[in-house]
Write a protein that binds this ligand. Structure first.
Ligand code: SIN
Length: 277
């Protein structure tokens, strides 16, 4: 085995999703393996780096080796915390992270990938779960795929908020509806690579041209399908772990944890590169 091969070791964590990468900070920041890691990320959905303990500057520097860093507000790194003293109004919105979602699913071009580092953990809950939406599509019966490929799904911000606030006030509902106009995406994303993935999650409200009941039932059935254990990797965090996920071929959610738990993660995000089409 050559020295170069020892600098990056990959171990698949489940058959369909998640690969652990063992390496060192210098090697990762050099960008030497960036293309290899991007390819592994697309194939495996999630990369796990245990105990890497990156500073925020190293976190963004590593992200930049793999794509174009996106500003979140005006920051390169966003704090993920439910504590209002850390995050203000964003803390309420982040409760939505307890439910399966694709980041920026209300956009034409959702973000490409996220780099999440654990800074402080909750005593209970707080694992992060990922579902491989490429694998979920691949395993659907061929007879169903033909019909599903033609469908278009209406995504609304309201739908993503109702999961944790089922009965909003008039002012809240109006604010949600004004914040983002509904977005229509194909149910099945045909990526430029030719691979296909399901576009689901909490923003998915109903199916164009179907009755509300029929469309919602179908989305519910597909969501159950896509989040079966064989498509899911759940990460039990230690402080200093880094997870990178392909936001275009996975959904994710955090196991609920107490708002006052002190859990704190930092997240860097890569700009999207491809329209949902
Ligand atoms: C997220 O949804 O981006 C955050 C996930 C987490 O806090 O585990």
């Amino acid at each position: 085995m050559t020295v170069a091969m020892l600098k990056l070791k990959k171990t698949d964590l489940t058959p369909r999703i998640g690969t652990e990468i063992r390496s060192d900070i210098e090697t990762l920041l050099s960008g030497k393996y960036a293309a290899d890691l991007r390819e592994t990320l697309e194939q495996r959905g999630v990369l796990v780096f245990r105990g890497l303990d990156l500073t925020e500057d190293q976190q963004t520097a590593f992200a930049k080796t793999m794509g174009k860093l996106m500003l979140q507000g005006n920051k390169e790194v966003l704090s993920i915390s439910l504590d209002k003293s850390v995050n203000g109004a964003l803390a309420d919105y982040l409760i939505g992270s307890f439910y399966w979602h694709i980041d920026m699913a209300m956009e034409d071009v959702p973000s490409r990938a996220c780099f999440l580092v654990a800074r402080k953990l909750s005593d209970t809950g707080g694992d992060t779960l990922f579902a491989n939406t490429y694998a979920a599509w691949d395993d659907l019966p061929e007879s169903e795929k033909k019909t599903l490929e033609k469908l278009r799904v209406v995504h609304t911000f309201e739908n993503s908020q109702r999961v944790f606030k089922p009965i909003p006030t008039y002012a809240e509902l109006k604010a949600w509806q004004e914040f983002k106009r509904p977005k229509v995406h194909p149910l099945v994303w045909t990526h430029q690579s030719g691979r296909k993935s399901l576009v689901l999650g909490t923003t998915a409200s109903h199916v164009e041209g179907m009755s509300l009941e029929e469309g919602r039932l179908l989305l519910c059935k597909l969501q159950d399908w896509a989040t079966q254990p064989q498509f899911v990797y759940g990460h039990k965090w230690n402080v200093g772990d880094l997870l990178v996920w392909d936001n275009t071929g996975t959904m994710h959610r955090a196991e609920p944890y107490p708002i006052d738990s002190g859990r704190l993660m930092t997240r860097a995000t890569l700009e999207g590169e491809e329209r949902v089409a």
